[in-house]
Write a protein that binds this ligand. Structure first.
Ligand code: THU
Length: 144
């Protein structure tokens, strides 16, 4: 874990600000997220559940999709704030989705209390499958 900085807390505040907008009628577990792009732009997201449960989306991926839609693919940090007592950690699918854009990004985690944890994505998802592996496929894109 890393020391918690003022910028970490500022980004977490954006995640906490978004959390009340979470749409979580099935789990009743609200999550807010905020992504910090290298441009300085901040994008918020919330978990959005669905009656077809598998169509639900986590807060972090919502924030990430908003960043990418705005043309920001250089991501420095992500913060999330969930309803758990201990800081909420990003799920595996979100770790993978975030790793596409920066496996070294800072991850700031909060829950219902003042406890805050900070780490990096590569600590949470070591040896992530990233696009470099696809480039190792000699036949990729070649006509057979
Ligand atoms: N959830 C997130 O939004 N982010 C995570 O990383 C963990 C889980 C949401 C998904 C679902 O809507 C609810 O929390 C309960 O799993």
């Amino acid at each position: 874990m890393r020391d918690v900085t003022q910028p970490d807390l500022a980004l977490l505040a954006f995640a906490r600000e978004a959390k009340p907008n979470a749409y979580a009628p099935y789990s009743d577990f609200r999550v807010g997220a905020a992504v910090y792009a290298s441009s300085g732009d901040i994008f918020q997201g919330v978990n959005v559940e669905n009656a077809a449960y598998g169509s639900s989306l986590c807060a972090e991926r919502g924030a990430l999709m908003a960043a990418v839609a705005a043309g920001c693919t250089d991501i420095d940090a992500v913060a999330l704030a969930g309803d758990s007592e201990t800081p909420t950690v990003p799920c595996g699918a979100c770790r993978q989705a975030l790793a596409e854009f920066n496996p070294q990004m800072r991850v700031i985690m909060g829950g219902r209390t003042d406890e805050v944890l900070v780490t990096t994505l590569d600590s949470l998802l070591p040896d992530a499958f990233v696009r470099g592996y696809l480039d190792q496929d000699e036949g990729a894109g070649a006509a057979e």
